[in-house]
Design a protein around this ligand. Structure first.
Ligand SMILES: [Cu+2]
Length: 138
């Protein structure tokens, strides 16, 4: 019993003297039917995306890097005849309604987008029904 108390005291002491890394920024993303809702003011560094499917349909979340000089918005790009693949930074597989999902990434200043490529029974991807969203880290 005394040993356990001593161990607890030592653990407590080490916690008080060891500096902890700063808590990462957390971005809550609500995935609705054909939209992403979140606070777009995101700072550089480690960012935790905490997503949740609040819709009635299954959704996924693909975080892509967009070239700074790309002339179109993500939505215009997705609807253009020349769809271009951007590098995937993170991928949250399809989630049924009510289901959460979390991932962490290290983001440099730049241009990014969230996209859902799940297809409806009509063959159309959610990305073409408005389920894409661009944000800038600065
Ligand atoms: Cu979707």
């Amino acid at each position: 019993m005394a040993g356990a108390t001593l161990t607890a005291a030592l653990v407590l002491a080490s916690c008080q003297t060891t500096p902890l890394p700063a808590s990462p920024e957390v971005v809550a993303v609500a995935m609705g039917d054909y939209r992403f809702s979140y606070d777009r003011s995101i700072s550089p560094g480690r960012v935790v995306f905490r997503a949740r499917n609040d819709g009635q349909l299954t959704h996924e979340l693909v975080l892509v890097d967009m070239p700074e000089d790309f002339p179109l918005s993500i939505d215009a790009q997705l609807h253009s005849s020349k769809r271009q693949a951007f590098p995937t930074r993170a991928y949250l597989p399809p989630r049924p309604p009510g289901s959460p999902g979390t991932f962490a990434v290290d983001l440099q200043p730049g241009r990014y987008a969230l996209v859902c490529f799940v297809a409806d029974p009509d063959g159309q991807q959610h990305a073409l029904k408005g389920m894409s969203s661009e944000f800038r880290v600065r």
